[in-house]
Design a protein around this ligand. Structure first.
Ligand code: NDP
Length: 481
């Protein structure tokens, strides 16, 4: 057994000198055979993986979901199986647009991604602190993200690009109103709600499906900064959210969220006036009340940020028996694109990394590729399927009922006949005078430098939400001049 105080090469050989390179004479050149020097330099060159194209700046922690209410009538998912059941969870929060080194206190949507390590595989719920999103069709997603990123020539963020796109895409109004409201600039991630945002399905033991939306209500209350407060914070620290989350967990002040679901039957889904699979819409609480499911608590900081948070790979494709997808077209696209992003960012076998690996056995026939370190099947002869050597096989008991609501394949125009104004109006009318004034001021600030014709186009949308909305923004724009 080697002495644990001995430093070694990555191949395990003890290192005699980690201070002085090997040179030919005291003033002479270095030798190629100083593989320890070469190994160190080579590793340094490889210390980064591609940062996420979106949600690059993040903060995370581990915790537990404890079930407080029986919902087995809706789902057979075992993590909800009994009151008191506890499931280990990894949470990663993030901003959307900023790069890995961006300041935390920025006006932006916050990612709210959860990985539940259940006994039947990992379930990833990859949501935001808002229940809706800017677009409802994934064909528009890369364009939308381009507007949030840097201009190709100036290398600056562009207010013009953002408002040009939004004013040409009125389905964004709901999310834009949330982003420009108080909640668009939270002080940290303990004081935000989380939403699964998409519509998913629950499947019960009788193989009956209902549609479901997930909500996580902060138990710390909501806290946000004004733009002016955030500017001061960023002047003092760019890591305000990391400091808050890490510090509170180190102090034993564990953040908690009340997990709730909304349930809609397949029959109800055919009746509601809006498309229940449209990511720009909520399901009104009065029609679909929140049902409490459990309490999420975060209580453990990662030991190694890079290994456990930067390499954490969340994907909506990770579902478990009892939880399924829906016709939500944004969800359908994310089921592909998140897993694909991780294969590119981390590598083929990213799900075998300790933070991503399920806590239950994994039995598949994906084979080789970079970093394959998973073992063979119990019988090495079973390396394809079907086989005659006792390898694992499919189990039809897990088959879901067929997804309903299909139709003829076409490129349906989801703008025609779609009401993009009523739900933003309900939110606007929910705001008190102070909230409205701050909403107007935040929008006016975000419109600085935007050409007049784009502002006018956007004001036309605000006017359709509520005349007071357009009037308020117009006045705030005049005041900001
Ligand atoms: P309610 O009238 O029952 O409640 C309004 C909701 O708005 C509350 O859930 C509240 O969250 C939330 N809220 C308050 N301030 C903000 C903000 N700045 N940004 C985002 N959400 C905020 O809701 P309805 O179901 O009748 O829907 C009315 C409108 O409320 C919707 O059009 C939507 O804009 C918004 N909303 C609805 C949600 C839903 O799932 N139904 C979820 C979130 C917002 P809290 O309870 O935490 O205070």
């Amino acid at each position: 057994m080697s002495d644990p105080r001995n430093m070694t090469t990555s191949a395990g050989s003890p290192i005699a000198d980690n201070q002085n390179s090997l040179s030919a004479g005291e003033r002479g050149p270095l030798l190629m055979q100083d593989y320890q020097l070469i190994e160190k330099l080579a590793h340094q060159n490889r210390e980064r993986i591609p940062e996420r194209v979106v949600h690059a700046k993040g903060w995370g922690a581990f915790g537990v979901l404890t079930i407080t209410q029986d919902i087995s009538a809706y789902t057979k998912a075992r993590l909800f199986g009994e009151v008191g059941k506890r499931t280990e969870v990894l949470a990663r929060f993030s901003t959307v647009a900023g790069e890995l080194g961006a300041a935390d206190a920025e006006r932006d949507v916050r990612g709210f991604a959860l990985k539940f390590y259940t006994e039947e595989g990992n379930w990833d719920l990859v949501g935001n602190n808002t229940p809706v999103f800017f677009v409802r069709d994934p064909l528009k997603f890369p364009d939308f993200i381009h507007t949030q990123k840097r201009h190709p020539r100036t290398n600056l963020r562009s207010n013009t690009a953002a408002w040009d796109f939004w004013s040409l895409s009125p389905e964004s109004l709901h999310q834009v109103t949330m982003l420009m409201s108080d909640r668009g600039l939270p002080t940290d991630v303990r004081h935000i709600n989380g939403y699964g945002s998409h519509t998913y399905s629950f499947i019960n033991a009788e193989n009956q499906r209902v549609w479901v939306k997930f909500h996580f209500k902060t138990q710390q209350g909501h806290k946000h900064w004004t733009n002016a407060e955030a500017a001061q914070v960023v002047g003092q620290t760019r890591e305000s959210t990391q400091e808050d989350l890490y510090g509170s967990i180190e102090r034993g002040d564990y953040p908690r969220w009340r997990m709730c679901v909304q349930i809609m039957t397949e029959a109800q889904a055919e009746q509601v006036a809006y498309n229940p699979f449209d990511l720009t819409k909520v399901w009104p609480h009065a029609d679909f009340p929140l049902i409490e499911v459990g309490i999420l608590e975060l209580n453990r900081n990662p030991e190694n940020y890079f290994a456990e948070i930067e390499q954490a790979a969340f994907s909506p494709s990770n579902i478990i028996p009892g939880i399924g997808f829906s016709p939500d077209r944004m969800l359908q696209a994310r089921v592909f694109s998140y897993a694909d992003a991780h294969r590119y960012r981390i590598g083929t076998h990213y799900e075998a990394l300790p933070v991503n690996a399920p806590k239950c056995p994994v039995r598949h026939y994906h084979k080789d590729g970079a970093m394959r370190f998973t073992p063979n099947m119990p019988s090495a002869d079973a390396y394809y399927e079907p086989n005659s050597f006792g390898g694992p096989t499919q189990n039809p008991e897990y088959a879901e009922p067929p997804l309903p609501l299909s139709g003829a394949a076409d490129r349906y125009n989801h703008r025609i006949g779609n009401d993009d104004y009523s739900q933003p109006r309900a939110l606007f009318e929910f705001f008190d005078q102070g909230q409205k004034q701050r909403l107007f001021a935040n929008i006016a600030a975000a419109m600085q430098g935007v050409p007049e014709f784009i502002i006018e186009r956007q004001l036309g949308h605000f006017d359709k939400v509520h005349p007071d909305y357009a009037r308020g923004v117009r006045e705030a724009l005049a005041a900001a001049k």
